[in-house]
Design a protein around this ligand. Sequence first.
Ligand SMILES: [Zn+2]
Length: 425
Amino acid sequence: MTHKWKSKGEKRTITWNYDPSPTVLAYLKDMQDAIRYSLSVAYGIVVKDPLHGTPSPIELRREIRDWFYSRYDYARHHINPVCRASVAMLRSYRKNHGELRIPEVKKLAMRIDSELFKIVDDKIWVTLQPNNYVWIPINTKNKHYQVYCRGRTSELLLTDKKVCLTFIVSRNEKPLGKKLIASDLNFNTIDHTSVSLSAPRLEGVATEPIRRIAQIQNDFSRRRRAIQLHVKNPQKRERKLKETRGRQRNRVKDALHKLSTEQVKRNSDASFGFENLNGIRKNGVRKSEKRSSKKFRTQLNRWPYRMYQKMIEYKSPNKTLYVSPRGTSSECPVCGGKLEHPAWGISRCKNCGVDYDRNRLASLAILLRGLRLCGQPFAVSEDASWRSLKDEYLYVSTKSDCGKAGWTENANAPNENGVYKNTHS
Ligand SMILES: [Zn+2]
């Protein structure tokens, strides 16, 4: 069996259409029957002893083994995906419909574990019976195939129309870019600091508005509130809320795809650096963050950020770096002093004696950690590139002081073509 937790690296699937041979079709029909049978057995187990819960695939295999082996002469391993599929279908039926029933098996579809197929000469050879193979040509024109096929195969899904072939792609395959762009992701903006890696030197800092995503999130939370207020029937309310969540996810995902594609296209020579957000949700808040703050509320809804990082990671031709977020908001990346946050958006360092723009400073902190990961520690305070860029990191109130020191809201965002304003003289 292919266990998810055993595979190091990430899974990538390529899909194409095909015409199954009569042998493959017969196999798919047999497996459909086998799934139907094993569903009824699993259902029987639950009905007999409701406290028992849905059986595990291994328990189920014990129950249907004799039936399967006496009925079919397929290689013995084929029983495993049959059991897994049945258990998964039973569970998801119960979850979606709130009751236990034997779900209908409409589709001809079968997963095949990695020990039952191999790739030779751009063909998938599937072991049906011991020493009896069928082969299916791979669509080698798939734009990802040549890259993915360097990885191990993980799983094959056959239907009567499609082939889905999954590879495990090693994570460390990509090279480091010529530049490093460190991004701090926030509710309304992404703040980037970029550095050239050949001889570390700060290249620029930019704040990019991502209001679109915030807008979608706000729209939908308003919609959800309305549903909660006005839909009285609890079942209907639950269903409506679920629908809304799904739609929100799709809209945000769409916006994130556009954003990340843009970003990667614009910086094809760069590696991206992010805060590692795994576990942030669990711990709730960064320590220095006030509970009542706006950031706290958005912290709880960080999945778009994680998703954006993932998208960049797989779209970028270069390696993506993740740094620990611990202390990025409490330690001054310039001098190592303690940061205070007297107001929203401000990081005050008494040691440096200035108020920094909180988000931009965070991107600098991520950048320095990223550089350390690349084995290129960089002391900002002593570098000429920092001196020429320092003003860009200072906090300027956008409301009252607008226009002061040449500041406008867009002055520091990339322009229409997404080009960073380079502040080097
Ligand atoms: Zn400082």
